[in-house]
Design a protein around this ligand. Structure first.
Ligand SMILES: C[S@@+](CC[C@H](N)C(=O)[O-])C[C@H]1O[C@@H](n2cnc3c(N)ncnc32)[C@H](O)[C@@H]1O
Length: 402
């Protein structure tokens, strides 16, 4: 694109100021990297910006060149691909990219440090990694071959040539292992065994997290010599989920067998307490009630407000109805082998009894055999299982492996 150098230089200054406002003064290594990697050269002509109402609106370089250019230097995620109406690739928010690089301990002299990035997308993060670690030390994996080719072209245009692999990041990239750092730029609900196997002991895996209930948080896991890992969650970022080549087991379609017996009870737990935007409570439920997901039904068809709860891995479901008058009692209907609302109620009480911990207090230990323990650390430094009855639960057992 024919862009006056001065205007991108000004926009870069503006981006650096915006990022610093959000995450604090930038280490000089980051400042140099952002100046060295012009973000607009990584964006396609058509991008989608947040519309302020939870959706996206297109922005086309051809028809709105000034808006497009300033958007490419804003501290915002820019969607670059939609599939079936859902965003499937983006240039991540620069401040989030840098926070993750800092969590990977790459915010200082890192030449030669072997890094595997998962989810090449536009190639922008890979270019920052090349600047920090050197092209020879960087490998990036992208599932979508068209995106991989674009990332490779974009990287070449700014003078970088890391290894760009077309493939499923769930398998890592064994040919380049071992790595000192693995950085995923999509979210996961478990650590694939390949990532642990391909990270050298004492290395770090940095990945955004999601559960069926709550897509939030970033895990920094340090690998252990026995093939496991241990680390903490950090309270930031919501990334698009990893695309699965082998989809998770779908819930059996409703109506395929005899109707499930329904149980109707009442509950004192407000659905807003676990699905109303309290990220700490939602994070806890997501980590400890595997497979449970929710959607609000505000149509008024069944109740003034209804929370629909489902098990993404099986046939169980629940609804929680607010009658528009009583905020201390809610009508609950449950069906299927799991009593989902009972599980969620127990999880919420556990969260309260742990002192309503924040996301930063949670951690994960992945044992060499694949089981995992989610723990919560109190102010006194004592760790307790987030959910005693699920200590050692392995999500891989409940769903198809990636
Ligand atoms: C948020 S975007 C990545 C942003 C990118 N790092 C950048 O700097 O532009 C996430 C990317 O992960 C890719 N992805 C998702 N699941 C994947 C998988 N299983 N294997 C490889 N890539 C995957 C998507 O296609 C998408 O391009």
């Amino acid at each position: 694109m024919d862009t006056p150098a001065r205007s991108t230089a000004d926009l870069t200054e503006q981006l650096l100021a915006e990022v610093a406002q959000f995450i604090g003064p930038l280490p000089s290594a980051f400042d140099r990297a952002i100046r060295a990697v012009p973000r607009h050269l990584f964006l396609p002509a058509l991008i989608w910006l947040r519309d302020g109402n939870g959706g996206h609106r297109p922005c086309d370089r051809g028809t709105a060149p000034d808006e497009w250019l300033s958007a490419t230097y804003s501290d915002a995620p820019l969607v670059t691909q939609f599939t079936d109406g859902l965003p499937t690739s983006s240039a991540s928010m620069p401040s989030m990219v840098l926070r993750m690089l800092a969590l990977a301990d790459l915010d200082r002299e890192s030449a030669g440090r072997r890094v595997l990035e998962l989810g090449a997308g536009t190639g922008f993060n890979a270019a920052l990694l090349c600047h920090l670690c050197g092209d020879q030390a960087v490998t990036t994996v992208e599932l979508d071959p068209t995106l991989a080719a674009e990332a490779e072209r974009n990287l070449k245009a700014v003078g970088h040539a890391p290894k760009v692999v077309r493939g499923d990041a769930g398998a890592g990239w064994s040919a380049g292992a071992p790595y000192e750092r693995i950085i995923a730029t999509f979210s996961v609900d478990r650590i694939p065994s390949a990532w642990l196997e391909q990270t050298e002991p004492g290395g770090r895996i940095v990945t955004p997290w999601n559960s069926a209930w709550c897509g939030y948080g970033t895990l920094v896991l340090t690998t252990t010599p026995d093939g496991g890992g241990e680390g903490r969650f950090h309270a930031f970022a919501s990334f698009m989920p990893m695309r699965e080549l082998v989809p998770s087991a779908a819930a059996p379609a409703d109506g395929g067998g005899p109707p499930e017996p329904r149980q109707v009870t009442s509950s004192a737990l407000s659905p807003w307490a676990v699905a109303g935007g309290d990220l700490n409570a939602e994070f806890h439920v997501g980590l400890t009630v595997p497979g449970a997901c929710f959607a609000w039904d505000a149509s008024g068809e069944h109740a003034p407000a209804r929370l629909d709860v489902a098990d993404g891995t099986g046939p169980s479901w629940a609804t929680v109805d607010y009658d528009g008058q009583h905020a201390d009692r809610f009508t609950v209907t449950q069906a299927g082998p799991r009593r989902l609302w009972d599980e969620i109620t127990a999880a919420h009480s556990r969260w309260e009894s742990l002192g309503r911990p924040g996301v930063d207090q949670y951690g994960l230990t992945v044992h060499a055999a694949g089981a995992r323990t989610v723990w919560v650390e109190g102010a006194d430094g004592i760790r307790e299982p987030a959910s005693p009855e699920r200590d050692g639960y392995s999500p891989a057992a409940a769903r198809s492996p990636a």
